[in-house]
Design a protein around this ligand. Structure first.
Ligand code: ZDP
Length: 280
């Protein structure tokens, strides 16, 4: 029979999109998602994204499984791909359109723009250590520039949740970081009870940051939208950047802004259709 899917990427962070609009539960299991994401024995992707019926007044619900089968609350690059995919399911390509999407991190609002970019209202950053969650600061405090010992070295880290947890470290030279060696040690550090996405950031200018990411449940990826948002928030909290900046990822740049009055984070970037296929 086969499972119809579409493949999309956001700056090389790639996803298998499934039309799950007729059922409230994902049509593939976490174990099947691991198989689909396998780059040698499967389709190959960083995650599987489901377009489910809306809840709480939303147009749709988005759920995602990482390539290891775990389920994150949110996915910034994924939601841009999600918006393009639902527009194509609705036969509305190349139109400006705003969606309200229910996620495990609350309501998220992607808007398709005339130039093909997608702007996403990512909501509020969560800074209370207990809610990130991290033990790096007491409940009610922010974990900004706290010391974390990893691989025999003390790192000054800032913890931010964009619905999913992120640990941000500012370094002189992002290229010099041995990400595959230390990334897993950050991800599984006991200071992060839900594990963590891990970002290393070089401040090139106050409006231009360079970031490399080790993702929880997915490892090294070319881009991470929630990670780029968490990076900008951490840079502002540490007095290292403007409230609006370009965050350059290995797969390309995202524009991120953190509004002073509304406290909301906005992200603008591309989402690219790759191909349609049938699995099995
Ligand atoms: O929080 C997590 O477990 C992440 N691996 C989820 C995926 C995040 C993503 N890369 C993004 O762009 O935000 C999709």
């Amino acid at each position: 029979m086969g499972l119809a899917f579409a493949k999309y990427h956001g700056l090389g962070n790639d996803f298998i999109l499934l039309d799950n609009r007729d059922r409230p539960e994902p049509i593939v299991s976490p174990a099947e998602a691991v198989q689909l994401c396998d780059r040698h024995f499967g389709i190959g992707a960083d995650g599987v994204i489901f377009v489910l019926p809306g809840q709480n007044g939303a147009d749709y619900t988005m759920r995602i499984f990482n390539s290891d089968g775990s389920e994150p609350e949110m996915c910034g690059n994924g939601i841009r791909c999600f918006a393009k995919y639902v527009a194509s399911l609705e036969g509305l390509e190349n139109t400006e359109k705003a969606y309200q999407v229910h996620t495990l991190a609350g309501m998220i609002g992607p808007t398709l723009r005339a130039d093909g970019q997608v702007t996403v209202d990512m909501g509020y950053p969560i800074l209370d250590a207990e809610q990130v969650p991290t033990t790096l600061a007491p409940a009610g405090d922010k974990a900004i520039a706290r010391s974390l010992s990893v691989a025999g070295h003390d790192w000054s880290v800032t913890a931010v949740s964009m619905g999913n947890p992120h640990c941000i470290t500012f370094v002189e030279d992002v290229a010099a970081i041995d990400l595959s060696a230390i990334g897993p040690q950050f991800e599984h550090h006991p200071a992060f009870p839900q594990r963590t996405n891990t970002e290393f950031v070089e401040v090139v200018r106050p409006d231009y940051l360079k970031m490399r990411v080790w993702e929880r449940g997915a490892g090294i990826t070319l881009a991470c939208g929630t990670g780029a948002c968490a990076t900008l928030v951490a840079a502002v909290l540490n007095g290292r950047s403007d409230r609006s900046a370009t965050v350059e990822l290995p797969g390309g740049p995202l524009q991120i802004g953190w509004e002073m009055i509304s406290n909301r984070v906005h992200m603008t970037g591309p989402a690219t259709f790759v191909f349609n296929g049938v699995w099995g």
